[in-house]
Design a protein around this ligand. Structure first.
Ligand SMILES: [Zn+2]
Ligand SMILES: [Zn+2]
Length: 504
């Protein structure tokens, strides 16, 4: 194939590009996190950093998406796939070197090109548990970086050991390998994201824990409390469930919130929104929530997103966890998408109250609700759970002008907003269960591993039902060919590689 020819040609001509290795490395002000789904990390450790394999260098390629925050200083790579070469895929392998065959690389580079993915090349060193790049690595990294850049593929190189690793990104502007200030490898597990391996220059951060949390520290220790204090929680929807959930998280010590809602406080909200008072009627829900948080603690930092969730994907992708407290299927669809694309755990809540025979004067009520936890790449997503009503979602996501057209042409029935029953006791129950899932995830408290990701509450018995939904390979969202770990770049926006590699 063209790409292969191009790669081999590059390998032959690479000598003429050689410059002094010391000029090829730059230390830059950037933090990198590489997130592996737990099964992929285990596969990698098994074949790369296993003590038994310590007699020769090993080699693996990873295909990733990435996200950059607004400051451009924090970069996260989400590992989508790993390629572990067999013995037949290697040209040479010894205690000082490992070289894969060109056709092994060609296949993976083509795939990365088509998926708009970044390539992370990972290898091990025999003599080091926390290795640094050798001069040979640097030269090789620059060669690969240049080649992949010519195919419009981003290239990252990593050398890994049992106790640490080094990582560098190819920078085409400087023709250099850029070393970050801090780096960490994390894994996405059934119970959330855990840091497993520090980069060579990482230092543990420590914050002072206020005596406010003394009783919690007794439960999950200083470390657990520190983790809670360091979380950035995104809450979409500040109605009945979202408001209670916000209050609980803030009291527990969460210091950073991203709040998204477009609604205004009405008198009929005062029965259930704990942050609202008479004087708040007519105010934006996000604004009243922020005022409440300010009163509670001066250290709480809130970002307010006024509007619908689909208008604020960029801000929400920076959160460590997402809470969906919405009654819109469209919002659920978007939250599920952000969660999967950027590897952000997502806790969805929902409540429902049916009044049976309300007209006949009977006050028989059926109440219920559910908490659904999506751990991208590990559990099933909301779609796998059959948890999104696609028809409703489509309607929810219509722009106002499209909605008008549909109404006029008779495609929308019953668009009048009819108030539905809502009561703080039910909202609190569902919010409490969601917050407990969050606490287990962040502190490592609770049962391990989690044997459910769906809790259903029914008030009639009353009963709690626990269910588990695994990842469905045919799921259009998180299955093969879906958007899992896709990150900032849209999928399938490129022609096939043979069309552009023709010049090689
Ligand atoms: Zn090396
Ligand atoms: Zn799915």
């Amino acid at each position: 194939m063209e790409c292969q020819r191009k790669y081999r040609k590059m390998m032959k001509s690479q000598q003429k590009f050689r410059v002094s290795s010391s000029k090829k490395q730059r230390k830059i002000d950037r933090n990198i996190r590489v997130v592996f789904p737990e099964p992929l990390y285990e596969a990698m450790s098994g074949s790369l950093i296993n003590e038994e394999k310590a007699s020769h260098e090993c080699y693996i390629l990873a295909q990733c998406g990435y996200k950059v925050d607004e400051s451009k200083k924090n970069l996260t790579y989400m590992v989508k796939d790993l390629y572990i070469p067999g013995r037949e895929d290697l040209l040479e392998q010894s205690s000082v070197t490992v070289t894969p065959k060109a056709d092994f690389l060609e296949k993976i580079f083509s795939e990365a090109y088509e998926n708009n993915s970044t390539i992370i090349e990972i290898h091990s060193h025999v003599d080091s548990k926390s290795p640094n790049f050798s001069w040979v690595d640097i030269d090789h990294g620059i060669d690969n970086g240049r080649f992949l850049r010519s195919c419009k593929i981003k290239f990252v190189m990593c050398v890994i050991g049992t106790e640490g690793f080094s990582i560098a990104e190819y920078d085409s502007d400087h023709d250099s390998l850029d070393l970050p200030k801090k780096a960490v490898i994390s894994i996405m597990t059934r119970s959330g994201i855990k840091d497993v391996l520090p980069g060579e220059t990482s230092t543990g951060s420590s914050i002072e824990i206020s005596p406010v949390y003394d009783r919690q520290v007794l439960m999950w220790g200083k470390e657990g409390q520190e983790r809670i204090c360091n979380v950035c929680a995104g809450i979409v929807g500040l109605g009945g469930t979202g408001s209670v959930l916000l209050q609980m998280l803030a009291r527990m010590g969460v210091k950073k919130f991203v709040l998204c809602d477009d609604d205004i406080i009405e008198r009929s909200n005062l029965n259930r929104l704990p942050y609202t008072f008479n004087s708040d009627i007519g105010k934006k829900k996000i604004k009243a929530a922020q005022n409440y948080l300010k009163k509670l603690s001066k250290d709480i930092d809130t970002t307010l997103l006024n509007g619908k969730v689909q208008e604020h994907k960029e801000k929400l992708k920076g959160c460590d966890i997402l809470f969906g407290c919405v009654d819109s299927e469209g919002a659920r669809l978007i939250l599920n998408e952000i969660s999967l694309k950027y590897f952000i755990p997502y806790i969805d809540t929902g409540t429902e109250i049916f009044c049976r025979n309300a007209d006949s004067g009977s006050n028989s009520l059926d109440m219920g609700g559910q908490v659904r936890v999506v751990i991208p790449s590990v559990t099933g997503c909301l779609e796998c759970m059959g948890g999104i009503d696609k028809g409703k979602a489509e309607m929810d996501l219509l722009r106002p002008e499209e909605m008008n057209i549909r109404e006029k042409t008779g495609y929308v029935n019953g668009t009048d907003i009819t108030p539905v029953p809502s009561v703080i006791s039910l909202n609190n129950m569902i919010a409490s269960m969601a917050v407990q899932e969050f606490v287990d995830m962040v502190t490592g408290n609770g049962s391990r591993p989690k044997e459910y990701n769906y809790i259903k509450y029914d008030s009639v018995e009353p009963v709690l039902e626990r269910m588990i939904f695994e990842k469905d390979p045919s799921c259009p969202m998180c299955g093969n060919g879906g958007i899992l770990g896709a990150g900032d770049i849209k999928k399938q926006s490129r022609p096939r590689i043979k069309n552009i590699a023709g010049s090689g």
